[in-house]
Design a protein around this ligand. Structure first.
Ligand code: SAM
Length: 262
């Protein structure tokens, strides 16, 4: 069930199941009068359905709070334009997160310093940040390694616009808007990912198909399932960041080793 239905469809089904349960229990006459008993049954039913549909754990909290918050908010009589504005704002920040299952959170300066140490020392390196967000990795990195070319690609419009604005005086940083799966990764010494567990297998497959031997794939916090990292860098920060460093086999290496496919 986990892989067969998209999470958004599971969420819709869970909400409908909760509504059907509330409708049934409401008609049976077992509930006290008023809106809140119905809302409570709907929320509990939706949460139970999410568990049965094996939605990710955070969905349980979303289903538990969704209808109670909607009903509570309606009682404040907020003008509908505010809901629209909040929706547009969140959509511009999170954009395709519902599909990619990669939210926005940011690398810190200590992580940028650790990544700076992974770039080639003897020559100017080239780095690609997959999903560069607001540029919070690239900007400190550009100060630490002014010799390197630092590139980022980001899907969401608002973080991308902010990253352009904040890095406008950093000529070694270049940013593009788009999908990182649609661009080649063969020209980089280091490809950096701070994503989520969901896309890591696809990231690994693309890295193996395109990255040159000896170049590094570095994943902040999310290891590639079933693949042993070459090294793990422990960053001395409050969240105990771990950088999983892989050496993906590029095409030449694969040919030499007689590996086919991928
Ligand atoms: C966790 S944030 C990391 C931001 C930044 N790399 C950092 O370390 O501070 C991940 C970003 O990847 C973006 N993203 C996810 N999938 C993407 C894709 N296929 N193409 C481009 N950006 C993507 C998301 O919009 C989000 O802003």
């Amino acid at each position: 069930m986990r892989s067969s239905l998209p999470p958004a469809l599971k969420a819709l089904l869970a909400q409908l199941a909760g509504a059907a349960l509330a409708f049934g229990v409401g008609r049976s006459g077992l509930l006290p009068a008023g809106i809140w008993p119905l809302v409570t049954v709907q929320a509990a039913g939706a949460t139970l359905a999410a568990i049965l549909l094996r939605s990710a754990p955070w969905w349980r909290w979303i289903h538990l709070g969704f209808l109670p918050l909607v009903v509570a908010a309606l009682q404040f009589r907020i003008a509908p334009g505010w809901y629209l504005a909040a929706f547009v704002g969140l959509a511009l920040v999170f954009w395709s997160s519902f599909r990619t299952q990669v939210p926005l959170f940011l690398s810190n300066r200590r992580t940028a310093a650790a990544v700076a140490d992974l770039l080639p020392r003897d020559r100017p390196g080239r780095l690609l940040d997959l999903g560069s967000g607001t540029g919070s990795l690239l900007r400190p990195l550009a100060r630490l390694r002014p010799d390197c070319r630092l590139e980022g690609i980001e899907a969401a419009p608002a973080p991308y616009a902010l990253s352009r604005l904040l890095s406008r005086r950093q000529p070694t940083v270049s940013l593009a808007r788009g999908d990182f799966f649609q661009i080649p990764w063969c020209d980089y010494d280091l490809v950096y990912a701070f994503l989520s567990p969901v896309p890591m297998t696809r990231v690994w497959d693309k890295a193996c198909a395109e990255m040159r031997p000896g170049t590094l794939l570095v994943s902040n916090s999310f290891p590639v399932e079933g693949v042993e990292p070459e090294t793990v860098v422990e960053v001395n920060d409050r969240r105990h960041t771990r950088l999983y460093c892989y050496l993906p086999a590029g095409p030449a290496y694969r040919q030499k080793s007689g590996i086919t496919g991928g």
